[in-house]
Design a protein around this ligand. Structure first.
Ligand code: AMP
Length: 282
């Protein structure tokens, strides 16, 4: 496995592979790997002749009051795990290499970036779309793999690829949970034992919602009322949103009549957690 830091070298390596007719699979990440990241890499390993994983904590997707500085990092461990899976290249540029002095170009994916997390994290998806487009240009993947954990991000990237006619196939893969249901996240290390216990109620609420919808509930308002007790925890969970959206347009739904995603963002202590689940009507 090779560790590449220079964007130019990454691009050259990709061009060389492409000239040989090799299929490049790509998993963009911010590192501090857990089983969710590894599941994307394992899928990429099966799909591509070459597998690139990027590790880049992208400053442009963090707000001024967010956790950029304390975001967990462990490059050595990440590289060990990547190597075990058979990753060919770990691409890990510095912020200065990605955004040198004078940098001023950004990608805005408009409508699908507005709701859900976009309403609470202004410019977050602009930072995400921008860095992903840059990474695509450097890694030149045929296939790019994202987790459904960040459901809105997946929709934003798919929209960007379509709108800008990018020659890359975007694949969304299932959300991986801890044994007790908590959605895996690098940010889970922020949680104290008591916070982690309370945070479990997020996934419990989602599972309950799926049950209620399977049993015939169609009203999002009634769903919200039924789920409210799950957020009455100690320490307190504070909801940013609990919203049911159309899986492709992310338009907010009041009635569930076809496939829909229930998406939740909640804060506990200093930590913001997101989770989502597919709701299916029978
Ligand atoms: P991150 O390092 O958090 O930016 O995530 C990198 C990629 O891993 C993104 O496509 C995420 O959606 C995906 N990912 C993060 N957590 C999970 C999870 N629990 N299950 C599946 N994919 C995940």
């Amino acid at each position: 496995m090779e560790i590449i830091r220079e964007p130019e070298r990454m691009q050259e390596t990709a061009r060389h592979w492409r000239n040989q007719g090799l299929k490049i699979a790509f998993v963009p990440t911010m590192g501090y790997f857990h089983a969710g990241h590894l599941s994307l890499m394992e899928y990429g390993r099966r799909q591509g002749d070459r597998l690139v994983v990027s590790i880049f904590v992208n400053p442009t997707q963090f707000g001024p009051q967010e956790d950029l500085d304390r975001y967990p990092r462990d490059l050595e461990r990440d590289c060990r795990l990547a190597e075990e899976i058979g990753v060919d290249v770990v691409f890990t540029p510095t912020p200065e290499q990605m955004y040198p002095a004078g940098y001023q170009t950004y990608v805005t994916v408009e409508e699908v970036s507005r709701g859900l997390c976009g309403a609470f994290r202004p410019n977050h998806f602009r930072g995400v779309a921008t860095v992903v487009l840059k990474l695509f240009n450097l890694v030149q993947p045929h296939l790019a793999i994202f987790g459904e954990k960040d459901y809105q991000q997946l929709v934003v990237i798919k929209r960007m690829v379509k709108d800008l006619n990018l020659l890359v196939e975007v694949v969304g893969r299932p959300l991986v949970r801890e044994a007790d249901g908590l959605a895996m996240s690098s940010r889970n290390v922020y949680l104290s034992p008591a916070e982690r216990q309370a945070a479990l109620n997020i996934s419990r609420a989602l599972f309950k919602a799926r049950e209620l919808v399977a049993a015939g509930e169609r009203s999002v308002n009634r769903l919200r009322e039924a789920l409210a007790p799950f957020f009455d925890t100690q320490p307190p969970l504070s909801l940013d949103y609990l919203t049911v959206v159309h899986p492709e347009t992310l338009a907010e739904l009041q009635e569930i009549s076809g496939p829909a995603r229930l998406a939740v963002a909640a804060r506990i202590g200093q930590t913001r957690l997101i989770d989502n689940i597919l709701l299916e009507v029978n």
